[in-house]
Structure formats: C-alpha cells, structure tokens
Design a protein. Structure first.
Length: 219
C-alpha cells in the first residue's frame, strides 16, 4: 500500500506492507486525515521531539528516529473485521477512533514505526474504540473529532461554574475548539485573544463574545 513516510523531517511517498488486523481489530481505509501541530513539530524538530518524548514518557509520543507514518486526526472506512471481533458496524461504515491500538502494551497510532497513522491507504484499529460517524457528516469534518475532543476536554477540566467568564489565550486550531466547546456548554462571556487578525476573525465566527488584539489591549 502507499503511505507518506516521515524520517527526521524528510517526507516522501513509498510502498509499505498492507497491515493485518489482530484479535479484536479492524482493517480500515483512511478517507481523511488532519495535520496536527505535533505532526509539524515531529517533522521539523525530530531530534528534540524524540528526546523530550523519551524524557517525559507517556503513550502518545514519538520515540523513534526510524520512518513513521504520521496522522492521528482521521476518519476511516471499515473494510474487514479481524479475528475475535463482533462486526457490529456494516462494512463501508465511516468511523473515527482514539488514535491507539489496545494491545499490551498500548500502541500509539501515528507515532509508531510499526503501526501507521492516517497518511496511508489502510490502517488497523481496535474495534472497541470505533465511533460511527453520523449520517451526512463529511469525512473531512469527522476527521476533526480528535482535535475537537481536545478542546472539549480542556473545558471539562476547567470546571467552570455559572457566571464564570472564560479567556482563551491563542486562537489557533485548539483555541478555536475550546471556544466552540465553551459556547456549546453555554459559557458566557467568552473572551478570545490573539495577535493574528485572521485568527481573531475565526474566533468571532466560532462565538467569542469579545475578541482582543494583545498588541493593542491587555487581555
């Protein structure tokens, strides 16, 4: 199968072996995949990224200088079920998943030199982690599920109470997901601050009540 490989900042398209789903796993076709900021960091600063990952530990880390297939913000199509699966979703279903294989030890999808991420034709995922995409949702929108979950998780961690105001410092992709989650939870007012005029415009579109340029005003 074809895949976009990354090694120490070099990215190229090559052919790698097709994956085989293990027990409890599903073979899927990658339909859409986003580019995370951490993917850019891994490509642009590979040695520093690997060094920090090895020092910090954790599952979702790039710890190898070998070629990897990045991509953990994906929407995929179910192609076939491996052994010891239930097959509850029809073949052809669009699904998303947390970017992890539930093996022992757990395997990060998109940062492993053995199990490719979404910049590839085919992947394997754990059946129990699959989440069906609602009918009518484009695959390109469904691929935003993982970054949207990051913003939603941040809002939950904040434990905001009625009457609390929220200040979002930085309106990049994750900052915008935080604003979106705040509005979906009914938080008001939402204040957004960013130096970029375009990001401030997007923050207003996502529902920020007040948008501030830190170069002109103190947040």
């Amino acid at each position: 199968m074809r895949a976009a490989l990354m090694q120490e900042g070099r990215i190229w398209v090559d052919t790698i072996p097709d994956p085989e789903p293990g027990p409890g796993e599903v073979l899927v076709k990658s339909i859409a995949c986003g580019i995370c900021g951490s993917d850019l960091h891994a490509a642009q600063h590979t040695h520093e990224f690997v060094k920090t990952s090895q020092e910090a530990g954790g599952t979702f880390k790039l710890t190898t200088l070998d070629p990897v297939v990045l991509g953990h913000e994906f929407c995929v199509e179910v192609l076939a079920y491996g052994p010891e699966t239930r097959g509850q979703l029809p073949i052809g279903s669009l699904v998303c998943s947390a970017p992890v294989l539930l093996r022992d030890p757990m395997v990060p999808v998109g940062y492993s030199n053995e199990y490719p991420g979404g910049f590839v034709e085919y992947m394997v995922l754990s059946e129990s982690m699959l989440v069906p995409v609602p009918a009518g949702t484009p695959a390109t929108a469904a691929a935003l599920t993982e970054p949207m979950a990051v913003g939603y998780h941040a809002v939950n961690k904040a434990r905001l109470e009625s009457g609390d105001a929220a200040l979002v410092m930085g309106c990049g992709p994750v900052g915008l997901t935080v604003i979106t989650a705040l509005r979906s939870e009914g938080v008001k007012p939402v204040i957004a601050a960013d130096f970029s005029p375009e990001r401030r415009r997007l923050a207003a579109l996502q529902g920020a009540d007040l948008v501030i340029d830190p170069a002109a005003e103190d947040p």
